[in-house]
Design a protein around this ligand. Sequence first.
Ligand code: SAM
Length: 303
Amino acid sequence: MDLCSLTTVRSLLDKYGLAPRKGFGQNFLINASVPERIAACSRGYAPKDRPAGVLEIGPGVGALTQFLAREYDRVVSVEIDRGLIPLLGEALGEYENVEVVEADFMELDLPAFLEERFGDLTASGGTVSVCANLPYYITTPVIMKLVESFPPDRPLPFSSLTVMVQTEVARRLAASAGSADYGSISASLALRCRVEKLFEVGPGNFLPAPKVSSSVVGIVPHGGIREVYPDAPEDLARFSVQVGGLIEAAFGQRRKTLVNALSAKYPKEKTAAALESCGMRTDIRGERLSAADFCRLAAELAD
Ligand code: SAM
């Protein structure tokens, strides 16, 4: 079944008495070349010579799932919309390596869920990836959940998060310090991953067409905070909370200088002295600090 043809998507939805639900961010892909390319990019990040599983968030009518099923040994797709579950049973019936789970991704205990669904695969040397055309109303919370559910002293347990998001969000995810798109998500993500912009997808590729353009990004875990800042203290969990607090405060009031933005946490003289020790100007704004700079400043302020 071509799960991306407009006719098939419409007739499947009709058959099950469904229509795209705005509240669940449902924009279904209707051009097969797009999910085929996303699935291939995702698989490209995972080692070829080991068993590979993939977690999909929001299969919809299965447009991306079918290509993931051809690329991966195992696909686990989490869908919140109860109405889509029987439809997916029919649409993906031919793929024995696909399991659809009805759940709200945001409510999952992610480490436990991964262990339950992929534990045997990873125990035998396999890898797990995440791939999704994300519902745009919760893009950032989903990405942060994927990153923050795991301890900061180890690399994230994924080969990659290959996800489609709004182009504007993609720019923010990949932004470097000092650029207009740089924000708390750019800095927080850079502590654990590198982000690659892969390709753009126009609104005409979806049913219904969204108002904005979309982009696919590859978010690839690196070694973690210690890779960004090799001098990080022993207690990485505590340190990452301190760095996260600085990033949050800095971007909570991004037009203020850091000395002022952090004044509820640290006396101004202390922040100014710490900035000087780091070789930074005392009137600098948080938006100019890279993830490594935030780490250096956190270490200095902790002293
Ligand atoms: N993967 C399909 C495609 O590319 O055509 C559908 C993508 S659509 C943009 C987003 C999907 O995520 C929808 O199927 C929606 O119901 C589902 N979704 C929305 N919120 C979710 C949540 N909290 N947990 C799991 N799935 C969710």
